[in-house]
Design a protein around this ligand. Structure first.
Ligand code: PHE
Length: 445
């Protein structure tokens, strides 16, 4: 890799990786999953998964990417050849790159919806804002054309940035976008804390209620930890390839994980108080929480319109900076084949993703009845990627780095302090591998 293709300074890598991590997973999925999984019990398990599984797997991904300085597929190949381990490990990269394409196909549909909500301003003087909101959302989701329109716009923006390349496209856009993201989430949380019911929110999020702790909650919390940290499919590994040589992996990964977790909690603090402040609304609305429930809450609050615009802009930015990282692993790999220019690769992948995305769009309307093993198309892709591909990817990464790559190499390159390294290495070898297997087996059988 040429020198100009490495990000300069420590911040770009942090912004890019936290841009990847912070996305719909934090602002849309985390709050509704907390809402539907009993609140604090879910939060607690989620935080444990982040620390004991997420952190070691993320550090391992960065380590491989930074060592290889290539796409995840070829970095995995290089590192395994270096230590005389089978080159077949590169297929782990192939699995991840495919997962990225599949996730992006539906991610773009929801991101497009969120983007369109920036312009969804309720008319004033509504007698029943709740039914207006429900009708609006059901009209929107039952119209394939509307969904296709916004899906296309969002995917075009994603392909455009990735097509510009790693430094000019991804590097520049995260430097531009991420400060707004952090500013907006702080603004909305403060607004919500002032206008909404913050006490009820804090109890809901942080007062552990262990009776709500079911095996299902644990499975969902682990899946969410993988998804939210963007681990298990090579997004962070792909970015690791552009990390400056001197940047310390341990400290950087801790920063990214902290940022991701803070934004998820801030999203809870931004959303729940205003939902709680309106007694007719419920927090366990599921995926419709931000599209149906939240607009009604904004409607009845002072400056609600402005904050609704800020909120949906915030989600769109977060989604865009994640979407580019879903596309990068496959793009980088195809670019290394040197047959096609980056722009053309992105165009081809973009079209493919667009077509797969239609399946998710139709799951809302013309294909609602079509089922594969009881799942509709969207649920099937979501299940296969989040509950199978990401945890499997994470397991094999932990296996490779924890058990097959020599200890000295990892010790030297991860650069944690002694104490941190001991915890990291222990969780990588024993806790993350066994926890993923146990939870995985439970969720499958
Ligand atoms: N972490 C992103 C989010 O929270 C989603 C994502 C998953 C991005 C996997 C890249 C890889 O929305």
């Amino acid at each position: 890799m040429s020198k100009e293709n490495i990000w300069q300074g420590n911040t770009t890598f942090i912004l890019a990786a936290s841009g990847s991590a912070v996305g719909l997973g934090n602002i849309w999925k985390f709050p509704y999953m907390v809402g539907s999984n009993g609140g604090s019990a879910f939060v607690l398990v989620y935080l444990i998964c982040i620390l004991l599984i997420g952190l070691p797997v993320m550090a391992s991904e960065v380590l491989i990417g930074k060592y290889g300085r290539k796409s995840p597929i070829n970095s995995l190949k290089d590192i395994s050849l270096k230590f005389n381990i089978s080159f077949a490990w590169k297929y782990l990269g192939v699995l991840g790159a495919l997962a990225g394409i599949l996730i992006l196909s539906y991610y773009s549909v929801f991101a497009g919806m969120a983007f369109s909500y920036i312009f969804n301003l309720f008319p004033s003087g509504l007698e029943n804002p709740s039914s207006y909101s429900t009708n609006y959302f059901s009209d929107f989701s039952s119209s394939p054309m509307k969904l296709i329109f916004w899906h296309t716009i969002f995917l075009l923006a994603t392909c455009f940035i990735v097509g510009l390349g790693v430094v000019k496209g991804i590097g520049r856009s995260v430097n531009l976008l991420m400060p707004f993201l952090f500013l907006f989430i702080i603004l909305v949380s403060i607004y919500s804390g002032i206008t909404g019911d913050i006490n009820k929110t804090l109890i809901f999020l942080f007062n552990p209620d262990f009776s709500a702790l079911t095996p299902q909650v644990i499975v969902s919390a682990m899946g969410q930890a993988f998804f939210s940290l963007s681990i298990g499919m090579g997004a962070i590994m792909a970015y690791g390839a552009y990390m400056p040589e001197k940047q310390l992996i341990g400290k950087t990964v801790l920063t990214i994980i902290l940022l991701d977790t803070l934004v998820a909690l801030a999203a809870g603090i931004a959303i729940f108080p205003i939902v709680f402040s309106n007694p007719s609304l419920s927090v366990n609305a599921g995926p419709g929480l931000i599209f149906e429930t939240l607009p009604v809450a904004f409607y009845s609050l002072p400056y609600g319109k402005i904050f609704s615009i800020i909120f949906f802009t915030l989600i769109s930015i977060a989604a865009l900076s994640s979407a580019i990282s879903l596309l990068e692993p496959f793009t980088a790999w195809m670019e290394e084949q040197k047959k096609l220019a980056r722009k053309n690769i992105v165009l081809i992948l973009g079209m493919l993703i667009w077509v797969v995305g239609l399946g998710s769009i139709f799951s809302f309307n013309i294909w609602t009845e079509k089922r594969i093993l009881g799942f509709n198309f969207l649920e099937a892709i979501d299940y296969i990627t989040n509950n199978i591909m990401l945890p499997m990817g994470g397991f094999f990464i932990a296996l490779l780095v924890g058990w097959l790559i020599p200890y000295e190499f990892i010790r030297e390159n991860v650069k944690f302090s002694n104490f941190q390294f001991r915890i990291f290495y222990f969780s990588l070898r024993y806790i993350s591998t066994s926890a993923i297997i146990l939870i995985f087996l439970y969720s499958v059988f």
